[in-house]
Structures are given as C-alpha cells and as structure tokens.
Design a protein around this ligand. Structure first.
Ligand code: NDP
Length: 300
C-alpha cells in the first residue's frame, strides 16, 4: 500500500519539540527566562506514573525546568489545593498540570478550578474554555492544539473547508470544534445521538474522530481525498495472524486499513496524534511563560 498519505505524528512531534527547545534557548538568552512546568501526581496509578515520567523527561530535554510533585494516594483535597495555590504563587512555575484521574475522595473539578488559568497548560479551566469560545487569548488543550498543527501543516489554509468533529468532550471534541471555527471552517459536531453519522462524515473535507470506539469509522464513510485525524486510543485483543495469544494492540476510532485507501491524509494509531500531546504540553508551557512575562513568543 502507498503510505505517502500517512501523517507521521512521531516525526512531527519530534520537530515540534525541537522548535520548543529553540524557543526556550532564545528566551533564556534574550530574557533570562526559563519556562517551568510543574506536574502533580497523586497516587500510584501505573499508567499515570509512566505519563508523568515521560512528561518530565521531555520537559528537561527541551531545556525547560521540570518540577514534579508526587503525593500519596491518601492525600486529602485541602493538601492538594494548598499545593496548587503554592504553585500558582511560584514565579518559577509557568505551567501546572495535575495528572488525572485523581483519587475518588478528591474533587477533580475543585482542583482544576484552583489552578491559575494563566498557568493552566492543560487548557481545561473554565476560563480558558470561555476564552477559546469567545476568541480570546486562551491556553488550548494539548490534543486539539496538536491536531490543528498537523492539519495546518498538511493543508495550509483551512478556510471554508467542511470539518466534522466526531465527539463532544470538553477535552477534545469541543475545543477542537472551536479551533476549527477559528480557522473559518464550517464545523459540524457529531455525537452519540447524531442521525446519519455516515452521511455527516461523507460530507467532510476534514474528519476528526474522538470517540473512544475501536475502528468505528470505516473507509466508506470517508470522502475521497479527505483529511482524517484519528484521536482515539483503544486497546483491543491482537487477532492478526501470527500474534501471540493474549496480546493486545492499540487501534484508533477509524478503521485505518480501509480509510487509508480513500483519505488524502490520515493519522495512524499508534504514532499519529498521541506523540503530539506531550510536545504540545511543552509548547503550551512556553506560550504561558511568554504571556506571563508579557513578551512575544519567539518563532523558534
Ligand atoms: P469521551 O468519552 O469523553 O467522549 C466521547 C465522545 O464520543 C462523546 O461525545 C460521545 O457522545 C461520542 N460517542 C460515543 N459513542 C458514539 C457513537 N457510537 N457514535 C457517535 N458518537 C459517539 O472521550 P474523549 O473525548 O476523552 O476521548 C475520545 C478518544 O480519544 C478516546 O479513545 C481517548 O482515549 C482518546 N484520547 C486521545 C488522546 C491523545 O493524546 N491521542 C488525548 C485524549 C483522548 P455523547 O456526548 O453523546 O455521549
């Protein structure tokens, strides 16, 4: 199969991390400013530990300061809120990320609300959601920001294109739709109650799938030449010939094999959107540091 239409998210993310590293070097040399990212982890969830370790490593590699706060699972909400307030007040910290999920006895909403919106590099705070919706200067959730970068890299101008966002979550679907609207796309948001999902998909020049259902979108839902960004990460049994018994593998929300035959461009899973998320976290931290210091973001 010709793979020239497959978007290499790993290579794209590596380039973005290099850009961030150059921006950080310019900020240090020109302004004596080293952007700092604080990551807070509560408990011992193995997946969260891996994410936090990878984030810390990428942060240091790009030349930013990394502050890790690991708290035991039994940490009470007041202690966590006190830490967030301390990080809000710390001038060396420009971005704060509280790794989710939090233990059941802690209100995620209360903790996320306590983060200074200007340091909210996850872009989940209601103030940033509001700024994005009203065209203000927002910190944008990392995954949609990464998707938009890949789309613009591939397509250049997005103005006037028909975009279908499949999924309406606060962390992916809604901000993605807002970003595409900001690029002057004609945006449709589809969800579990949408009638004629296949028809909606077939009308789209750009299809973003953020559903969490393995291979739900088949190739015949995709308009020939459309650009497909698959955000989904689904773990399924590996039933490919030769795969060892019990092995699992990752697939997206799009059936890659059939979709890649019709799409103009498509992101694979794994190796598409996923690697962009940490790179965008670093980019958001640079953005936040520049905004806090009142200086223009270096081009990199
Ligand atoms: P949510 O579960 O929060 O949202 C899923 C959305 O899909 C909902 O809006 C839901 O509709 C819609 N949906 C569910 N089933 C159907 C269906 N049968 N037909 C149409 N729409 C449907 O998921 P997230 O947005 O958090 O994540 C989506 C996927 O992206 C997941 O696989 C997740 O793992 C992945 N992800 C990947 C990231 C990355 O770094 N690559 C980062 C974040 C997420 P309704 O609102 O009506 O219920």
């Amino acid at each position: 199969m010709d793979r020239s239409n497959v978007i290499d998210g790993k290579a794209f993310a590596a380039r973005l991390r290099e850009t961030v590293a150059r921006q950080v070097a310019a900020l240090k040399a020109g302004h004596g400013l080293t952007p700092g990212l604080a990551v807070v982890l509560v408990g011992e969830d193995p997946a969260s530990q891996v994410y936090v370790r990878n984030k810390g490593k990428a942060t240091v590699e790009a030349g930013l300061n990394s502050f890790e706060h690991k708290l035991p699972a039994e940490t009470d909400q007041e202690t966590l809120l006190a830490l967030v307030r301390q990080l809000n007040d710390d001038p060396a910290v420009h971005g704060i990320l509280v790794q989710l999920p939090l233990p059941d006895h802690v209100s995620e909403a209360a903790v996320l609300d306590a983060i200074d919106p200007d340091k909210d590099v996850d872009g989940f705070h209601v103030v940033n959601a509001g700024r994005l919706a009203t065209g203000g200067q927002a910190l944008v959730p990392c995954t949609p920001r990464g998707c938009l970068m890949m789309l613009k890299d591939r397509l250049g101008e997005l103005k006037g294109l028909r975009a279908l966002v499949l999924g309406r979550s606060n962390i992916v679907g809604k901000p993605m739709a807002q970003l595409l609207l900001g690029e002057h796309c004609t945006v449709t948001i589809a969800h579990s109650r949408t009638k004629d999902l296949a028809g909606e998909c077939r009308r789209a020049d750009i299809l973003i799938a953020a559903v969490g259902r393995p291979r739900m979108v088949p190739g015949d839902w995709i308009a020939p030449g459309a650009t497909v960004i698959d955000v989904g990460i689904n773990r399924i049994p590996d039933d490919r010939p030769g795969a060892p018994e019990g092995k699992m593998r990752l697939v997206g929300d799009v059936d890659f094999e059939s979709a890649a035959k019709v799409a103009g461009a498509i992101t694979p899973v794994p190796g598409g959107v996923g690697p962009m998320t940490i790179a965008c976290l670093l980019a958001n931290t640079v953005t936040a540091a520049c905004q806090q210091a009142g200086i223009e973001e270096p081009a990199g």
